[in-house]
Design a protein around this ligand. Sequence first.
Ligand SMILES: Cc1cc2nc3c(=O)[nH]c(=O)nc-3n(C[C@H](O)[C@H](O)[C@H](O)COP(=O)(O)OP(=O)(O)OC[C@H]3O[C@@H](n4cnc5c(N)ncnc54)[C@H](O)[C@@H]3O)c2cc1C
Length: 380
Amino acid sequence: MGGIGDPELRVVIAGGGPAGLSVAVNMRSVDVVVYERARKLGHPPHCAGIVSPATAKRLGAIVPELVEAVYNRTVFLDGALREICSIEARPLAFKISRPGLEEYLASRAEALGHRVVRGAYVSGYSIEKGKRGLRVKIRLGSSVDVIEADWLVVATGAQTWWKSRGCKRLLGVEARVSLSKRIIDDSAFYTIHSTPLAPGFFAWVAPLHGGRVATLGLAGGTPGTLMERLKTLIGLVSKHFAPVSRVLEVRSGIILGGPPVEEVLQKHVAMIGDVLCASKPFTGGGLYAVSLLAKPLAEAIEKERFEPLRSIWHDLRRELLSQYLLTRMIRSRDRLVALALSTVCKELKGCKVDFDKHTSLVKCYLLKLAKSLRSISTRR
Ligand SMILES: Cc1cc2nc3c(=O)[nH]c(=O)nc-3n(C[C@H](O)[C@H](O)[C@H](O)COP(=O)(O)OP(=O)(O)OC[C@H]3O[C@@H](n4cnc5c(N)ncnc54)[C@H](O)[C@@H]3O)c2cc1C
């Protein structure tokens, strides 16, 4: 197998979503081909694209053509759209265009000389003895090609032949709507915590274009009632935010709830993105893990040094696993969600809000609690 600087090292990336393309843009000295099953990158679209500033930066996505909105506040609402509480940070989150992100990353990968083949389905692979060690099957229209490669990066997302066992999957749906009046506070995005609307998850409203457009979505519950519940959400938004004048687009997809898989590497095969079940379990945000793993994964393959990647995955997995357990605990009761959210808002003044590391809030809360207990005991 070739090493760094060896142009003979061939990497096949299955999947031209944010995960596969982010790995490609971080590779320099190898022959990289990305195979994407869709003819148009990022289609059909399936993501709200709300990420922390740090994640947006790591993805290289803070560019005017990709940033659709910047939010300084997130507001938690109950089923009647009454405010439970809110959190602020400047900025708190970015809304990144999807599929704009895929198109942007692909143009960067192609500028590096990598190939991005659209309409090509990776249907399997086998490990063989020989120079390259791997044979990857690609279906292009009615013909099937077998490509020899040194590495296969599996980045085929949540809807794929590659299934991570035990991974919790929720169907999500999102509509982009135009509004006949503007949403007054368009610097905030809103999450609605209501079991009838989004059992085991939440619904969201993200204003765009100065509040004249919004994306609204929800996940969880029985797939058969999803569109009915989306209609209810549109009704609630019309009543409490601004009247919805037109539904511009509806998109759907799978949101993952964890737990993350154990290994990021197997012989000749690396994994990244939703195939790792690496979403943040409370919000379903998967771009955070993609942004953290893409560069180390590319470097591991190029430099043939795998320990840094394993160590990053070990830490990230531990964080996501803690979030998974915390989420399971909180979502076991409706009232616990409201209690947890109001605790986060009220008790955590002075704690640094990390949009991605939810467990940092628990740590901060426990430290504050220990401090106040200590001051009570010294007063006595
Ligand atoms: C409704 C909804 C809202 C979401 N909102 C957010 C959010 O606000 N913030 C956030 O961080 N995350 C969000 N997510 C999650 C986010 O979309 C995913 O975590 C992210 O897209 C994962 O990237 P990926 O590249 O692993 O997978 P994908 O984006 O699914 O990309 C995988 C690609 O691989 C291709 N593919 C699949 N199989 C094959 C094959 N065999 N051969 C070739 N190509 C193949 C697919 O066509 C696809 O283009 C949301 C998801 C949904 C459904």
